[in-house]
Design a protein around this ligand. Structure first.
Ligand SMILES: NC(=O)c1ccc[n+]([C@@H]2O[C@H](COP(=O)([O-])OP(=O)(O)OC[C@H]3O[C@@H](n4cnc5c(N)ncnc54)[C@H](OP(=O)(O)O)[C@@H]3O)[C@@H](O)[C@H]2O)c1
Length: 317
């Protein structure tokens, strides 16, 4: 990939898309093509087709998608399914038609079956039932990932798909109805500190084990794979490190400086006991994550303090 190559980052205002854009610029890629959602709705087939015909990008990183927490996913499965399917269909069809050299599609660890053996290896996809609450999203992501392979098989394209574990970072969504666990916990502790609360209540027992990757590490992995991996099999991106939800909660409490207690509510569900992606494949290619969780969490907190809009739907830069 030449530094002057024309790279289209779809979804560059999002958490992962913005991290990828930052990392590409840091590495000297200076011919990026960017469109906000408002400027180009990738659910529109004609809009997407016209954009590719006009801009002719050489490389595409598909980080646009509709992403949300458990509640939003279970209340609006149609939106999560149709929008994510449309984005994948429209972008890949146009990318193939206009001779894109390589495309990277971002899948999600939700694509793995609900009761998957841990750590989850790439060959475990489609071996079991999906988690029901986000099945619409997960199915759309599986279709997107498979579609990369289908294009490769039928048309000889070079489309790859990646399966990152839970990502966190600056520009994450902090809307309480859509947010992931890390921004949700920061918000909880920040508000508790402001209100002088004596305790913060945690859903479940806190014993569930999870893996988190900082968005900039994930961005680095995507750019690395774009340059060093080809194939129709998806490839996991993770850190190889796990942490219990309780340990994560304590770390966030410490960063925020909340002095009260953490109380568990075991009547609420923990979700899966353990969820981690297997990173053998990407490790063998020579990539590893290098931003420790504590450092990444501190950066997120600094960003939240800087934007200072804890209650707003979208404080993105
Ligand atoms: N966050 C994670 O933990 C995680 C983990 C694994 C994989 N992923 C995958 O990575 C991708 C990006 O995730 P993220 O966390 O960065 O999500 P995000 O912060 O919500 O960003 C999504 C981006 O897509 C844009 N977008 C949504 N619908 C669009 C449309 N119809 N046309 C054009 N742009 C559209 C959004 O723009 P607006 O905000 O203006 O709508 C935003 O720029 C997703 O495909 C997701 O499945 C995320």
């Amino acid at each position: 990939m030449q530094k002057q190559a024309k790279v289209y980052v779809a979804g560059h205002t999002g958490m992962i898309g913005s991290a990828i854009t930052r990392r590409l610029r840091e590495q000297g890629f200076n011919n990026l093509v960017l469109r906000t959602h408002r400027e180009l709705d990738l659910c529109s087939q004609t809009g997407t087709e016209t954009f590719f015909a006009t801009e002719n990008p050489e490389y595409v990183i598909l980080a646009a998608g509709v992403v949300g927490g458990i509640r939003a996913n279970s209340e609006a499965p149609v939106d999560y399914f149709i929008n994510n399917m449309s984005i994948a269909n429209n972008v890949m069809t146009a990318a193939h038609r206009h001779g894109v050299k390589k495309l990277l599609y971002l899948g999600s660890a939700c694509m793995y079956p609900k009761n998957c053996q841990q750590p989850m290896t790439e060959d475990m996809l489609l071996t079991g039932t999906l988690e029901f609450t986000n099945e619409g999203y997960a199915l759309a992501k599986i279709c997107g990932s498979r579609l990369c392979g289908y294009f490769n098989r039928q048309y000889g394209t070079d489309f790859i798909s990646v399966i990152p574990s839970n990502a966190y970072g600056v520009n994450d969504c902090v809307d309480p109805n859509r947010s992931h666990v890390i921004p949700a916990l920061f918000l909880k502790f920040y508000q508790a500190k402001q209100a002088g609360q004596k305790y913060v209540k945690l859903w479940g027992t806190g014993k569930a084990l999870r893996e988190f990757i900082y968005a900039d590490d994930m961005a680095d992995a995507c750019i690395f794979l774009l340059q060093n991996y080809s194939g129709s099999e998806p490839i996991n991106i993770g850190t190889g490190n796990e942490i219990t939800i309780m340990e994560l909660t304590r770390e966030i409490k410490k960063i925020v400086g909340f002095e009260g207690d953490i109380l568990c509510d075991p009547s609420k569900p923990d979700g899966m006991e353990r969820r981690i992606v297997d990173i053998k494949k990407i490790s063998e290619l020579g990539w590893k994550a290098n931003i420790p969780l504590e450092a990444g969490l501190q950066r997120v907190y600094d960003w939240l303090l800087k934007v200072g809009k804890w209650q707003e739907e979208n404080p993105r830069e």
